[in-house]
Design a protein around this ligand. Sequence first.
Ligand SMILES: C[S@@+](CC[C@H](N)C(=O)[O-])C[C@H]1O[C@@H](n2cnc3c(N)ncnc32)[C@H](O)[C@@H]1O
Length: 289
Amino acid sequence: MGSTRGLRYGDGVLGGPQDAEQTRLAAMADVCDPTTIRVLDDLGVGPGWHALEVGAGGGSIALWLAGRVGATGHVVATDLDIDPLQRRLHAQGDRRRHTPGRGPLTVLRHDVTSDPPPEQGPFDLVHARFVLEHLPERERVLDRLVSWLRPGGTLVVESIARFPLDSCARPAFRRAMDALDTVLAATIGTDSTWARTFPTPLRARGLSEVGMTVHLPVTGGANASALCWALTLTRLRTRIVERRLAGDDVLDAALAQLADPDFADLAFATVLAWGRAPAHTTDAPGSRG
Ligand SMILES: C[S@@+](CC[C@H](N)C(=O)[O-])C[C@H]1O[C@@H](n2cnc3c(N)ncnc32)[C@H](O)[C@@H]1O
C-alpha cells in the first residue's frame, strides 16, 4: 500500500495513452487555456518570440504559441510523453513536428528534471502549467527553467492550489477531492500547497516585474472542470480505496455530484506567476543546466 511512494507522473498514476487521459487533458485545456492565453497576451508574447512550453501535454498552449510567434519565431514543446501532441499534429496534417529549427513548432521528448537544456534556447518565454507541482524536485526544476531564459526573458509558472477545498461544505465532494490530493502527494509527490508560496520562488531567483493571478473555475453543471475532476478521480479510484482515504460510497456520491447539471462548487484553484530575467546575465550557452 505504501510501497508506491517514489512513483513518477508517467508511472501509471497519471498520464498514458488511454482515451480517458486524452479527454482529461482536453478538458483541462478547455478550463484553463483562456486564462493562460490572457496572461501570455498581457505579457506581450508576440511575433518573433522563441518560446519553450514545458510538459506540453495535449499541446493546446504550444499550438496557440506557435500561431502567435509566427514564422519568425519558434516554439519548442517538451514532454515526457509527446504522443498526445504528435497525434494532434498528425490529425491536423501538420508535418513540421520533429524538425528542429524548421517551422514554428518543435516537439521534443524531454525530462525537465534531468535532460540537457533544449538546444534551441535560450528562450524569450518559458511556460509550464500543472507540471512543477507534480515533481518533488520542483525547486531545482525552477532553477533550471530560469537558467533557460535569455536575458530579459519571461517565465510563467502555473500550479494547482488546494485552498478552496478547505472551506468546502459538501462532505462527499470534499472528502473525495481531499483523497485525490492525498493520494497524489503520497504516490508521485504532488504538492498542491506550493503555489500558495508564489511569487516568492520567482523573486528569490532574481526575476523582476513579478506578478501573479488566480483562476478559480466553478466545478459543476457537468462542465469541463467537472469532467476533468471526475476523470482524475476515476483514474485514482483504486489507489484511493486501497489506502482507505475514501470508500466507494463517498467516491460514487462525489462522481454523481460532478455529473449533476445542478451541482456547483469550487475544487482546486490555479495560481499563475510570472517574472522577467535580469537584462544582463553571465549565463552562457553550455553552462546552463
Ligand atoms: C497535468 S499535465 C498538464 C499538461 C499541460 N501542461 C496542460 O496544462 O494542459 C502534466 C504534463 O507534464 C508532463 N510531465 C510530467 N513530468 C514531466 C517531466 N519530468 N518532464 C517533462 N514533462 C513532464 C506529463 O507527461 C503531462 O503531459
